[in-house]
Each structure stands twice: as C-alpha cells, then as structure tokens.
Design a protein around this ligand. Structure first.
Ligand code: VGL
Ligand code: ZN
Length: 187
C-alpha cells in the first residue's frame, strides 16, 4: 500500500473570519501539521476551491453560497500556518456555469500538464489516502466518497476536519455516509 495525504480546501475563506468560515476550523491546523511533520515523505496533494467572480455556485446566480475562494483573492489562499508548500495543488470549481467542483477529483493540477488527481495518484502509485480539510459536509465528503468509489483505501483524519453544519448534525451525518462507503475515520 502506498499512502498519500489529501488536504481538501484548507483556504482562508473556510476558516473563522473568512467568507464561508467553518466553526472551529482553526482546530484542524495543529493535527494536520502534526501528520505532515510525522510523515514528511508521503506524497502530498491539496485541492483548492478556485471560483470565478461570477458563478452559478454563488447565491447571486442561483447557487447556495456567498462569494468565497474567488481566484487570486486573499481568501482563496491556503492557511499560512499549514506546512504544505510541497503539495501538488488541484484547482476546482472554476467553471462559471456549473455549481460543481465539490470533489478534489474534479480538480486539475496547477502543474504536471493539468493532470487530474486520479491521474496523479495513478502516476505515483498511491492507493490509499489520508484526507483532512474543510468542510466535512461538502468538499471533504465529496472527495472521500469519490476516493472510496475509485477503490482507494480512504482514511479521514477526524481532528483534521470540521463541518459547515448548515443544519445541526450535517458533519456527523457526513462522517456516517463516508463510513458507510468504506472510509475509515481515524485520529
Ligand atoms: C465548500 C461550500 C462551497 C467546501 C466549497 O470546500 O467544502 N463548501 N464551496
Ligand atoms: Zn465553493
């Protein structure tokens, strides 16, 4: 088994004070950094919510969200305290006409010829993923369900995820869905 680490959208707009700040989101930084410190040689991947200024993902055009993670804005930047400089970054949510891009598997690499995450994992013979990031009930869930569907052994680092919880309990329900799909919740 070759294990990789996937950090889902650890961007400032999803941390407290951001445009779509997740309650207690700051709590994910220390456990993720601990994971990275203990396993510095594991292949590291990160997705980035990377929206155009106007998109069907945003409420102004019929979507469900306030503007967040707009390309090249400070809120779209990764949390500066995360030690993830070596990550291969996959941009998603870039299509203005599509409220999609919740899963990291929909992203395209900023390097490597714009390869998909699935192609990157294949090229690096990664067949298991430890997943952390924001938010449990949206992009983490979508990414984990895709990883499970692709046959990857998928671990969710519980201390490294937090939920939007539009409805109370959404985060817990999302974890239950991930478990039902075969993901192993660890930590
Ligand atoms: C996300 C809501 C909207 C996420 C992205 O990264 O979980 N949630 N866009
Ligand atoms: Zn988004």
């Amino acid at each position: 088994m070759t294990v990789g680490i996937l950090l889902v959208d650890p961007q400032l707009d999803f941390f407290p004070g951001g445009a779509l700040g997740v309650n207690d989101g700051d709590a994910i930084v220390a456990p993720i950094n601990e994971l990275l410190r203990r396993h510095p040689r594991l292949p590291l991947f990160a997705s980035r919510d990377w929206h155009p200024t106007s998109t069907r993902h945003f409420a102004a055009r019929g979507g469900r969200w306030p503007p967040h993670c707009v390309q090249e804005t400070p809120g779209a930047g990764f949390h500066p305290e995360l030690a993830m400089a070596s990550a291969e970054v996959f941009d998603k949510g870039t299509d203005p006409n599509d409220d999609a891009g919740y899963s990291a598997f929909e992203g395209r690499s900023r390097g490597h010829g714009g390869r998909s995450l699935a192609d990157a994992l294949g090229a690096e013979h990664v067949d298991a993923l430890i997943v952390a990031g924001l938010a449990t009930d949206y992009c983490v869930k979508a990414s984990v369900l895709d990883a499970c569907a692709r046959g990857l052994t998928t671990f969710v680092l519980a201390p490294g995820v937090r939920a939007v919880d539009v409805q109370a309990g959404d985060g817990e329900r999302a974890l239950a869905e991930m478990r039902a799909a075969g993901a192993l919740v660890i930590g």
